[in-house]
Design a protein around this ligand. Structure first.
Ligand SMILES: [Zn+2]
Ligand SMILES: [Zn+2]
Length: 392
């Protein structure tokens, strides 16, 4: 179903102020309120649509995302609409009580079922690119037999006389008056005389449900997604809790992550670093060509702008930061050794008297040591320093 523009839904101008948006929403909510439009699915849809539009346009961050990316924008901030009308009441509870007595009857919806947390494992790239996954949730839903009323089929709960179905009573003490949960019906607003045989009046039954979860691109380990209304069903007449999907992200061999930036190491052969090379390197989208400059130093950093992870707030992507590691060959064939020795000679380095790299004052004992591969690192360092000096 194509969604209507949120500004159109609320009948406001695209530059409407926050109070204008609130007033417009209040008008729509009153007009399409389920209490005023019983058994009217079209009105219920309008009611939901207005709530969704208000949720997005009243939040500066979500509004900005919507203005930039349309209906897909707010999803990146983890908002994907409301489950049902009760979800709207539970979400905007305080706002509806601002609206006054019209919504009083719905206040008992503040009784809600428990939230559920499920864990979801994601591969590194799934978290980066976004993914759609199924999760299985063991949860309570309204009982089928009694349609969640808790009353035996054919009978109906009767209105509680103590609170006249309000679920709450006013408790007066002197000049003060406070609203309290009704002691007779415990907030349900009605009394079940004959209990449903299936759920014994609890109004709910346990079920295993498979839910499809849309994970937005750019999520990170430890974050969680909220799915409104998919928690436990509560007692009759209450709002279900929410489902929280806790995300666990498996680390990747090639990439490390810090916020929206991605770090990776790229190995270069000694000759690639010295001569420059056209190589392929991994990026989150696959592979990309990279021109390695001649004279690239070990540890040198190259930044690929915008090749990192999409930011959850929608403002572009982070960067990919590449660190070059230069491999020094540890085993040399005869010809390779000859070439390197020739190079050393050209550079004015006496390859057979390796101590010269450490200064002429070194004793002969270090000569044998330096032939071991272990010292390759320090050799490399002093060599690159030398190379730098020559360039300068
Ligand atoms: Zn039942
Ligand atoms: Zn009552």
């Amino acid at each position: 179903m194509a969604k209507t523009d949120y500004y159109e839904v609320l009948d406001v101008a695209p530059d409407a102020s926050a109070p204008e948006i609130k007033t417009a929403y209040r008008k729509k909510a009153v007009q399409f309120h389920p209490d005023r439009n019983p058994d009217n699915p079209a009105a219920e849809d309008k009611f939901k649509e207005a709530a969704e539009a208000y949720e997005v346009l009243s939040d500066p961050e979500k509004r900005q995302l919507y203005d930039r990316f349309g209906h897909d924008g707010p999803q990146q901030a983890g908002f994907s609409g409301f489950g049902d009308v009760d979800d709207i009441f539970s979400h905007f509870g305080s706002l509806f009580s601002d609206f006054g007595d019209l919504f009083g009857r719905r206040r008992r919806s503040s009784r809600r079922g428990a939230d559920i947390v499920v864990e979801l494992e994601l591969e590194f790239l799934e978290a980066v690119r976004g993914v759609s996954k199924n999760v299985t949730v063991q949860r309570y839903v309204p009982c089928d037999t009694c349609s969640g009323t808790g009353a035996k089929p054919g009978t109906a709960p009767t209105t509680c006389m103590t609170c006249q179905g309000q679920g709450a009573v006013m408790h007066r003490q002197g000049i003060f008056a406070a609203r309290m949960t009704c002691p007779t019906c415990h907030g349900a607003g009605n009394i079940i005389r004959e209990k449903c045989p299936t759920c014994e009046g609890s109004a709910r039954q346990e079920t295993e449900e498979k839910l499809n979860v849309t994970v937005p691109a750019g999520v990170d380990d430890g974050q969680s997604l909220r799915i409104g209304g998919k928690g436990q069903a509560g007692p009759a007449g209450s709002v279900p809790g929410d489902l929280y999907v806790a995300l666990h992200v498996t680390p990747d061999d090639r990439f490390a992550r810090e916020g929206a930036d991605i770090y990776c190491e790229v190995e270069l052969h000694l000759t690639q670093a010295a001569l420059g090379a056209a190589i392929k390197i991994p990026i989150i989208g696959g592979e990309t060509d990279l021109d390695v400059q001649a004279g690239t130093q070990p540890g040198q950093i190259e930044v690929l702008k915008g090749e990192g992870i999409p930011r959850l707030n929608g403002y572009g992507s982070g960067d990919q930061i590449i660190r070059f590691v230069v491999e020094i060959p540890t085993k040399l064939g005869k010809r390779q050794r000859e070439l390197l020795e020739e190079l050393a000679e050209l550079e004015g380095i006496n390859a057979n008297a390796k101590t010269s790299w450490f200064g002429s004052g070194k004793s002969k004992s270090s000569k044998s040591k330096s032939t071991k591969p272990k010292s390759a690192k320090s050799k490399k360092k002093s060599k690159s320093k030398k190379a730098k000096k020559k360039q300068a």
